[in-house]
Design a protein around this ligand. Sequence first.
Ligand code: FAD
Length: 283
Amino acid sequence: MSQPIKHNKTSLSFEIFPPKKEEEFDNIFGFLNETAKLHPDFISCTYGAGGSRAGKTIEIASYIQKELKIDAIAHITCVGFTREDLEKNCTALQEAGVNHVLALRGDRPKDMTDEQFNRREFFYATDLVRHLKTHTELQISGACYPEKHFEAPDIETDLRHLKEKVDAGVTSLITQMFFDNTYFYHFLEKARALGIEVPIHAGIMPITTAKQLGTTVSLSGSSVPKELADLIATYGENKEDMRKAGIDFAVRQIRDLKEHGVDGIHLYSMNKLKTTKEICAQI
Ligand code: FAD
């Protein structure tokens, strides 16, 4: 592992998602009121690609921006957005006081055929970034992958595409979750060598249930180090022990990243208040 390099302020941010069930939707505002007390630098809200819930993302992002006075980032995807939809969405964002988006490609939803997926008007996130940059005043962030995106043949090719995305107008990047900081340090070194100079926020996902490994983590394509796999094997059956062990793992990961002076820690909160608070108390 590389040596600590600097000790500048590392920003802290959270990612949340709009609850799928209507009856759970109001809970998110209580979660946000509480997490606001942790003074994050920004909060980003996901968008379900291909769904019809862009309005929910905007509603939540607007609450973060206007009511909590915290910088909000609304996720937006190529998948499910025609040019016309995008225009409407950008107008709605503007009216809602949200001026920052995370421009993503999105993945193929289960109920969409490959043909429909490949017919999208904006093919890569970079195409979306170029369009937004030309037609709006929005600030634009993008996603990146310390262990490479699952479709990229190798990290070098993925990084070349990332450089194009940044050059198109992305002003900061948020990484896919990773559990071994070595991947992040190597990625950072390569990205900087290519001239990618924007802030890169390290995405940290606390693994607090054994189930997450088979769902979120396997979908992310991120590798699971032996230490984390062992921890799940040891504590996976006991809910509270697993939660504590997962928090401890995430806290150690974050402390190491902070010691290395990373630009930011982006916590995938999964809308879990207790876990988010406990992690923040320890970092
Ligand atoms: P891109 O940047 O378009 O890259 C996708 C692939 O295409 C990569 O392999 C890249 O190397 C390749 N590529 C790029 N440009 C070219 C080119 N010119 N020629 C050939 N290949 C190229 N999904 C959602 O649906 N909703 C969300 O809210 C959401 N939030 C996310 C937040 C973060 C922080 C991250 C990391 C991911 C998120 N995702 C979300 C998932 C994301 O949509 C997927 O990971 C998707 O597969 C890739 O999106 P991207 O924007 O990184 O794509």
